[in-house]
Design a protein around this ligand. Structure first.
Ligand SMILES: [Zn+2]
Length: 466
């Protein structure tokens, strides 16, 4: 069968994010730390919806959901409702999930908003607060398994579901969106995406004119790109004539498999949850939540660009990593040379590990004042990170020093210009050739201070003679 490459792809995501910072579940006082427990240990009559029990809403969960909504530029509903989503499945002890609904009079906790990904806006349809179902474990694969094991410890864990419009056009874009979403949510401190299963994703995929296929059970963001690429290719081979259905992402075999024809909304028999009152979040409450919110990655990045003069790209990379950005702020209080500082932090410490801030600031200062080169600073830093030595000691032991003597460097520049006259001419207008020549000088004398080389080279090629 011939694949049809021209059909436009539309992807919408439903991201389920556990509020892992909560101590208890969404509607009862069971511990939310289910990962370190034996199966079915963290459960109570409320988790099972036994007769006579009543759910009690976790107020902190509402606050956290509102934080996520505000961070994604959504509008928080002044009054939202819980609904029962009825369906029969072994992971659902009550026979229904307490969720939210945005139709037939239902209102989700927030709607609207967008996430900006590589210059494009991915619109958020709505955000809702709901409980996680239990966890099913299959023997072998889901379609061939002769039994499944169920652990209800996860049943009732607070989830925030984030639903996007079908604005995403390929798997790469989906991955970038999810990474951005994750770093935003993590910077709020309400969820730790590192924990297994803390952020999961379902995807709706359709090719222009074709049916919408839902792929469920994508258990980590790493798998999303693979699952989407597989599904897009599968649908292309049908030239967009896929059937509307729910498919399961099989991680082990890296394929999607048909589970069932897609449920229609009426199949869920949504109705308002009679045991819970509406969530009321007036302007004052929203203002209070806003005032308690930590700075999210985007805001932090623009502050870094403004306050410290960092380049946009560097500010973005730094702000996206919580550990690195707080280390940077600590260093920025102790010294100067922010761009150099940020560059070394992002470049050398992204894999974890750091040196004491005063030592690092001292190293940056050596680069800034021209006593060592950036390349030497990197080497010293790597050595210190590896061997637990002090950075300053490495610099001394290796005899690092930069040649900043203008006379010595000027004669090197002269030699390079003489040996490459054509490049020297071109370098007047061409940055790339200019950098090539700087590199050539540095190869002759690796200890030469690059900033001095650049200054003298610029002066030399501006002269008329070549
Ligand atoms: Zn419970």
């Amino acid at each position: 069968m011939q694949a049809e490459p021209s059909l436009k792809v539309k992807i919408g995501l439903e991201v389920h994010c556990q509020l892992t910072a909560l101590k208890t579940k969404l509607f009862c006082s069971c511990s939310s730390d289910y990962r370190s427990s034996e199966p079915n240990e963290k459960v109570c009559p409320v988790c099972f919806g036994l007769p006579g029990t009543l759910p009690v809403l976790n107020a902190k969960a509402v606050e956290y959901a509102a934080m996520i909504a505000l961070a994604l530029d959504c509008k928080v509903a002044p009054r939202s409702l819980f609904y029962r989503k009825n369906y029969f499945y072994p992971d659902l002890p009550k026979g229904f999930q307490i969720s939210q609904y945005d139709k037939a009079g239902g209102v989700a906790i927030a709607s609207g908003g967008a996430v900006e990904v590589e210059g494009k806006r991915v619109r958020i349809t709505r955000i809702q607060l709901e409980e996680d179902p239990g966890k099913l474990t299959y023997e072998g694969t889901i379609d061939k398994s002769s039994y499944s094991l169920v652990d209800y410890n996860r049943a009732g864990i607070a989830l925030v579901e984030i639903v996007t419009e079908p604005d995403i056009e390929d798997a790469k874009e989906a991955k970038a969106f999810l990474e951005k979403l994750r770093s935003t949510i993590e910077s709020l401190g309400v969820s730790n995406g590192e924990l297994d299963g803390a952020m999961r994703c379902d995807a709706n995929i359709s090719l222009a004119g074709g049916a919408r296929v839902e792929v469920k059970n994508i258990s980590s963001f790493k798998e999303v790109e693979k699952a989407l690429n597989y599904e897009i290719l599968r649908q292309r081979t049908f030239s967009g004539n896929a059937t509307s259905e729910t498919r399961h992402w099989d991680e082990r075999r890296s394929i999607t498999i048909a589970l069932r024809s897609k449920e229609e909304e009426q199949d869920y028999r949504y109705f308002p949850e009679p045991d819970l009152r509406p969530i009321v979040l007036g302007a004052e409450a929203v203002a209070r939540v806003r005032s308690q919110m930590p700075e999210v990655a985007d805001a932090k990045a623009s502050r870094y660009a403004k306050e410290f003069g960092l380049s946009a790209q560097l500010a973005k990379e730094l702000a996206a990593n919580k550990a690195l950005s707080s280390y940077f702020e600590e260093c920025a209080r102790l010294g100067k040379g922010y761009q150099e500082m940020a560059g070394l932090i992002v470049g050398e410490m992204s894999g974890g590990g750091s040196v004491p801030a005063p030592e690092f600031v001292g190293l940056v200062d050596m680069v800034e004042t021209g006593s060592i080169t950036r390349a030497q600073a990197k080497e010293a830093l790597r050595e210190a990170l590896r061997g637990g030595r002090r950075v300053g000691d490495v610099v001394k032991a290796k005899g690092f020093s930069a040649v900043a003597d203008e006379k010595a460097i000027a004669s090197l520049v002269e030699r390079v210009v003489a040996s490459s006259p054509e490049e020297a001419l071109r370098a007047r207008a061409d940055k790339k050739t200019f950098n090539y020549l700087v590199g050539k000088v540095l190869r002759e004398e690796p200890k030469a201070q690059p900033s001095v080389v650049a200054k003298l080279l610029a002066r030399r090629i501006a002269e008329k003679k070549t």
